[in-house]
Design a protein around this ligand. Structure first.
Ligand SMILES: [Zn+2]
Length: 232
């Protein structure tokens, strides 16, 4: 059995995405690497007491690709990409991370949900605003979207080499500590999402006292965060 070390559902911070009558949100943590995502997610979802749904997870590769499952479509195999969206009530979107930024999206009017995985590469490729554009293509208005930026490595701990740091306008005192949250927040606002609809989880994975999985702190043996969202 996969070891699920923490389960949080519709907690104050993530619950801002929508009312419990609209969405189901799950935040699962494994303190060790997860061998079978399917098995882990099935167990965590059931342990949280949620009704059975199909997990829509990805082979995440730090790309700018958005994968969509509409009108009941399901993946034949695990798709490659870094964002996933659906209109299905029988499925839930899953983003895993261990320092990278997990982002969840909800359109309460069009009843669409999405998740994105944004590290420095994906952020530069615009994976987060890419989801807003894809949702707009499906009829969403950016001003209606509710978006949650989850725990990730924050500028306090995210020091990178000079070559990488100069790619980012958001640096602490112009140095080598980059701020992916502000970077993505600004991209979202430029894409038309109101500032008050963007909710930011304040936790830094690398230095949070609760010891969230951090690749930078733990290396290969780091566990994973799974941010999950489903429609009711
Ligand atoms: Zn930190």
């Amino acid at each position: 059995m996969p070891r699920i070390t923490s389960i949080q559902t519709n907690f104050e911070n993530i619950g801002v995405l929508g009312k419990p009558s609209e969405v189901v949100v799950g935040f699962f943590v494994s303190k060790t690497p997860v061998e079978s995502k399917a098995e882990f997610l099935r167990a965590a979802w059931a342990q949280a007491g949620f009704e059975s749904k199909t997990p829509l997870y990805l082979k995440q590769v730090h790309s700018g690709s958005v994968v969509q499952f509409l009108n009941g479509a399901r993946p034949a195999q695990v798709p490659t990409g870094d964002a996933v969206l659906t209109d299905s009530k029988d499925a839930f979107v899953v983003i895993q991370a261990a320092d990278c930024l997990p982002v969840l999206f909800f359109d309460p009017l069009k009843k669409l949900i999405a998740g994105a995985h944004a590290g420095w590469k994906g952020s530069l490729l615009g994976i987060v605003p890419q989801v807003v554009h894809r949702l707009a293509h499906l009829g969403s208005h950016p001003e209606n979207l509710k978006i949650w930026l989850g725990p990730s490595i924050r500028s306090c701990c995210y020091e990178v080499d000079v070559e990488r740091s100069v790619l980012f306008p958001h640096r602490v005192d112009g140095g080598r500590h980059i701020d992916l949250v502000s970077f993505n927040q600004e991209l979202l606002e430029s894409a038309g999402v109101p500032k008050q609809n963007i909710f930011i989880d304040p936790r830094c994975t690398a230095c949070s006292p609760e010891g969230l999985p951090s690749y930078r702190r733990e290396g290969e043996k780091a566990g994973r965060i799974f941010a999950c969202l489903a429609l009711r």
